[in-house]
Write a protein that binds this ligand. Structure first.
Ligand code: NDP
Length: 246
């Protein structure tokens, strides 16, 4: 039996890209999925597909910038499936821009979704995981959470923050409370992520870089690998790029 079988997995940003691919991958290995995002129709469609495959899943519309809504998502998981084994904080956006182009609203949005959304995801599941004496929190950072490029300052700042927070979480929670953490940092992955870029000084360069983007299934498989390891093994960090990416 796969070690994924029967695990209750909450997944934010499940309505497209990496989240959608991960939901399918984990469901095909027997996980029970609790899907969250804002676009209800996409979640409904995904749930229908998972249903057809015989996988147990449920969804809840959630904006991760709302602490209450993220808490309601965690509660929904407990109400439906009685436990939370894995929390995947995947929702994010990447409106890259040059600082001098003054996209201040977009900076705020990235801080709200990419950092605060992850923090709400952590706070909403920690008490339950401590009670269970077991859990796994997977946070999606980025190669841009390891390196900064012109145009990526704020996005990189949010993704560096995700790594810092996850490492702190590991040191505080793993040894005593048996809560595993994984930081997953993807390179160029073919999703809707670049659609949020409005800065025309930056977009052509990103579009060029994303010509080599790989399928989100590559990330989904890596997430499955981290989930699949036995409870005493913690895959703390992974970087996954297209082979051709510098
Ligand atoms: P997509 O744009 O395809 O997916 C982003 C997901 O986040 C969507 O499901 C979207 O759902 C959700 N989302 C955005 N804002 C919110 C919000 N306020 N509340 C709830 N959900 C939200 O991109 P990816 O799949 O690529 O992105 C997934 C993660 O991977 C992000 O954290 C991204 O930064 C990271 N990443 C992606 C890379 C890539 O090259 N694609 C590279 C490195 C990291 P909805 O709009 O329905 O709410």
């Amino acid at each position: 039996m796969s070690n994924v079988e029967g695990k209750v997995v909450i997944l934010t940003g499940a309505s497209s890209g990496i989240g959608e691919a991960t939901a399918k991958e984990l469901a095909s290995h027997g996980a029970k999925l609790v899907l969250g995002a804002r676009r209800k129709e996409r979640l409904q469609e995904l749930q229908k597909n998972l249903d057809k495959e015989g996988a147990a899943s449920t969804y809840k519309v959630v904006d991760v910038t709302s602490r209450e809504q993220v808490e309601a998502l965690a509660q929904h998981a407990i109400d439906e499936f009685g436990q939370i084994d894995v929390m995947i904080n995947n929702a994010g956006l990447m409106p890259q821009s040059l600082l001098n182009n003054q996209k201040v609203d977009e900076w705020e949005r990235m801080v709200d979704v990419n950092i605060k959304g992850v923090l709400y995801g952590i706070s909403s599941v920690l008490p339950q995981m401590r009670e269970q004496k077991e859990g796994h929190i997977i946070n999606i950072s980025s190669i841009a959470g390891h390196e900064v490029f012109p145009g990526s300052s704020v996005y990189s700042g949010t993704k560096f923050a995700v790594r810092a927070i996850t490492e702190g979480l590991r040191k505080e929670e793993a040894p005593e409370h048996n809560i595993r953490t994984t930081i997953l940092s993807p390179g160029a992955i073919d999703t809707e992520l670049t659609d949020t870029i409005t800065d025309t000084d930056v977009k052509p360069g990103v579009d060029e870089l994303y010509k080599q983007a790989i399928h989100p299934d590559s990330i989904a498989r890596s997430i499955r690998f981290a989930v699949e390891e036995p409870a005493d093994v913690s895959i703390n960090e992974m970087l996954i790029r297209p082979t051709s990416q510098q």
